[in-house]
Each structure stands twice: as structure tokens, then as C-alpha cells.
Design a protein. Structure first.
Length: 293
């Protein structure tokens, strides 16, 4: 009798779970992504689960948490990919997926209640923190590209200002002629703010707040101060350009000096043992030929 009731109960539980998921999907609002960046392939596969988690957990998060997530997304350049509420939903889904994967692996090795508890204890923190680590990596890549492209944009802006354009027209020329990348995108957003009627100083402050990079903050502060006191924009921009280029050269020298230190660990752990092994083999052959061994 139990052999018949148990499969029926398991089947009923599965059906109820599917019906519950279907109801949550139907109650979740449809997300419009017409004006957002396209989702990556991996994220697109789990996006229905992220939508459910966002609908359930997102409204319950505090405004301080949402503001912090919004700033993290802006500094990483991903605020047009996911919203702060969707980031929370992504963390919840990541925690669930990591727990499920670890639980499946532990059940194959050692089934039991302890495996479930260990999977939860390890999987939940890893899955919850993974979106934060991903944003941190995206920000590092973004900062490198900005520092690399900033002197080029400053040269274009300086030449345009010295040719007679105002700062808005000079930035527009730099966006058109400069290299594609995150810096050009942020300058384009600043130009949209100016066309919408925002004062230039406020648009520059928003640019610095969005990017949260020291070089950009220095550039915007210099422009705001020069505009306020009536100083020459050409001299200010040229000084900024020279300073940014010197900083880039100093950074390149710093990375070059750090290279031998970073190479030491793989050399000691991978390369030197192989050399010692080869030398030891020939020493062993020589000792066998001489009759020592």
C-alpha cells in the first residue's frame, strides 16, 4: 500500500510546485526591456526565475539597499542591463542555483541531511555574493578602459575648444571622433542631460557620480571651477590632458615593475620543479654509470 501512496504523494507535490510557479509567473509583471541593454546568454536562460524573485523580494528591500545597488550598477556601467530590484532577484536566484548544484554534488558523494545543510551553508553565500563579484570585475575592466581613453578624449576636447567651439560642442566632437568605449558612452549621456535642460555643472557632477573614478572627478571639478571663475578652458584642458597622460605612463611603469613579482609564484611552483627534476634525472644516470648507485 505504501509503495502506491508514496509515488502519488511525490507526484502531487511536484504538480503543486509547478502550479505555484505558474501562478507566480502569471502574477509577476512583464518587464519591458526595449530601452535596456540585451541580456547575456547565461542570464537570459535564468531570467524568468530572476523575474519571479524580483517580484517577490524586490519590493521588500529598503531604499538604502536599493540606492547602494544603483550606485554599484552605475559605477560598473550595468545600470542599463539590470535594475537594483533585478539585482536583488539575481542574487536570490544565484543563491538558489549554487545551493542546488552543491546539493546535487554532495548527494552523489555522501547522501544525507548533513549534505543538505552543508550545501545551504556554502551555496547561499557564494550564490548571493557572485553578482557583487561580477560587478566588481566589470568595474575593474571599465576603469582600465576609461584611464586608457581619457587622454585621447581630452586631446580632442582641447583641440576643439582652442579651435573656437564651446565645451559642449567640443565634447560632442570628442564623442564622434574618439574611440568607442565606456567613456564615450558616459559623455553621450552627459550630452543628453545638457539637451534636456540640465545645467552644465550639474551634468558634470552627475557624470563624476556615475563613474566614481578619481581621474573623471578631477576633470569635472577642473571644468566646473574654470567655468565658475572664468578661467581659460583651453589651458585647463591642456593641463588635465598632460596630467592624465603622465598618470597613464606612471601606471604602465608600475605594472611593468610588478611583473617580476607576479611571475615569481608560477616560476617557483611550476617551472623550477621541472628543471630540478630534469637535472636530477641526469645526475642519477651519471651516478649509476660511475657505480656510485
Amino acid at each position: 500500500m505504501m509503495l502506491i501512496i508514496l509515488p502519488l504523494m511525490v507526484g502531487a507535490a511536484i504538480v503543486l510546485a509547478l502550479l505555484a510557479i505558474r501562478g507566480i509567473l502569471q502574477s509577476a509583471p512583464k518587464t519591458e526591456r526595449e530601452y535596456q541593454d540585451p541580456l547575456p546568454a547565461m542570464l537570459r536562460m535564468i531570467w524568468p526565475l530572476v523575474t519571479i524573485a524580483t517580484h517577490v523580494v524586490g519590493p521588500r528591500m529598503s531604499s538604502e539597499t536599493m540606492e547602494k545597488s544603483h550606485r554599484a550598477l552605475q559605477s560598473a556601467g550595468q545600470d542599463y542591463l539590470v535594475s537594483p530590484e533585478e539585482l536583488v532577484g539575481l542574487r536570490v536566484v544565484g543563491a538558489g542555483i549554487a545551493t542546488a548544484i552543491l546539493f546535487a554534488l554532495m548527494m552523489m558523494l555522501k547522501p544525507g541531511f548533513g549534505s543538505l545543510m552543508m550545501a545551504v551553508a556554502i551555496g547561499v553565500p557564494i550564490g548571493w555574493l557572485y553578482p557583487t563579484l561580477w560587478l566588481s570585475e566589470r568595474r575593474k575592466v571599465r576603469v582600465k578602459k576609461v584611464i586608457r581613453d581619457l587622454p585621447i578624449f581630452l586631446d580632442f576636447i582641447t583641440m576643439s575648444v582652442e579651435a573656437g567651439l564651446n565645451i559642449t560642442g567640443a565634447i560632442e566632437q570628442a564623442v564622434q571622433k574618439g574611440p568607442a568605449g565606456p567613456l564615450g558612452q558616459e559623455f553621450s549621456r552627459m550630452l543628453r542631460d545638457l539637451r534636456a535642460g540640465l545645467p552644465r555643472s550639474e551634468a558634470l557632477r552627475r557624470l563624476a557620480d556615475r563613474m566614481d573614478i578619481a581621474q573623471i572627478s578631477s576633470f569635472t571639478s577642473a571644468l566646473i571651477q574654470a567655468d565658475r571663475v572664468g578661467a581659460s578652458l583651453g589651458d585647463t584642458l591642456r593641463a588635465q590632458s598632460m596630467q592624465r597622460r603622465e598618470e597613464r605612463f606612471l601606471l604602465a611603469e608600475k605594472l611593468a615593475m610588478e611583473a617580476p613579482v607576479k611571475m615569481m609564484f608560477p616560476l617557483v611552483t611550476c617551472f623550477f620543479p621541472l628543471i630540478f627534476l630534469v637535472l636530477a634525472y641526469f645526475i642519477y644516470l651519471k651516478m649509476v654509470q660511475d657505480g656510485i648507485l
